[in-house]
Ligand binder design. Structure first.
Ligand code: ADP
Ligand code: MG
Ligand code: MG
Length: 247
């Protein structure tokens, strides 16, 4: 049984259909790549899943049960963690404060911020993903790549069973990307299902088990990565038939 099953999901903005009945599923321990050209609707689909946008139609099942994901809080409570394309950190706060923003209680069960414990907890979280950032630094002092890693640490701390990474490597260095991939493999081995959105073909083929192509708000194909040919994938993304590419 899939962790996640989205069926016939529809979404319009100002009368324009951006998702035209999309099916998407995610298994335990699976890395499922979601690919498509800019504007295909990838982020919108994940924002519907994350409770940021209400859907206009369709169903979402989480661990076999139909759910109304009406807010990000509900999504989080269902074990859905999303790292959005746009960063969602508070630049003026420290790394540690950002990591536990609104969830200070998880530190020791009290709504009191225990600074030392919070920094220790933040350090160990960052260590888990192999990054060396002082949790006392303000987010605005970090590189975009480092900020992205802080977001990843934040979602990891939520112990998500369904993790969505929306173009996570856009601002990462080669080394940071390598570390992220190690984290993904380790989460996968613990049973976390991961949706991986990227334009980078080499990353998709390296990390994913399954690939879904979204084009103009519709699913074009879902298949195993080992059964997918890279040139064909690119053709499916841009929507040209083989005949038109090789007349
Ligand atoms: P992708 O992530 O695949 O690049 P998006 O989901 O970001 O695509 O966008 C799909 C389409 O929906 C685009 O045409 C985009 O302009 C439109 N869109 C996305 N979010 C909004 C919004 N909040 N309001 C209006 N249009 C939106
Ligand atoms: Mg885009
Ligand atoms: Mg996007």
């Amino acid at each position: 049984e899939p962790y996640l099953e989205m069926k016939g999901v529809q979404k319009s903005f100002a009368g324009v259909k951006v998702l035209k009945g999309v099916d998407f599923s995610l298994l335990s321990g699976e890395v499922h790549a979601l690919v498509g050209q800019n504007g295909a609707g990838k982020s919108t689909l994940m924002k519907v899943l994350g409770g940021i946008y209400p859907k206009d139609g369709g169903r979402i099942r989480v661990r076999g049960k139909e759910r109304a994901i009406v807010s990000p809080r509900v999504a989080a409570s269902l074990g859905i963690g999303i790292i959005h394309q746009e960063l969602n950190l508070v630049p003026q706060l420290t790394v540690a404060e950002n990591l536990f923003l609104g969830r200070e209680h998880i530190i020791d069960g009290w709504p009191v911020i225990r600074w030392r414990r919070m920094r220790e907890e933040a350090s160990s979280l960052l260590e888990r993903i192999g990054v060396n950032i002082n949790p006392a630094r303000r987010v605005e002092e970090l590189s975009v790549g480092q900020q992205q890693l802080v977001e990843i640490a934040k979602v990891l701390s939520m112990k998500a069973e369904i993790l969505v990474l929306d173009e996570p490597t856009a601002a990462l260095t080669h080394r940071e990307t390598k570390t992220l991939f190690e984290t993904i493999r380790s989460l996968k081995s613990q049973g976390t299902g991961i949706v991986y959105i990227s334009h980078r073909m080499e990353e998709i083929f390296r990390i994913s088990d399954r690939i879904t192509v979204l084009r103009d708000g519709e699913i074009v194909s879902t298949r195993k990565t080992v059964e997918t040919d890279m040139d064909e994938l690119v053709r499916m993304m841009v929507g040209r038939k083989i005949k038109e590419c090789f007349p």
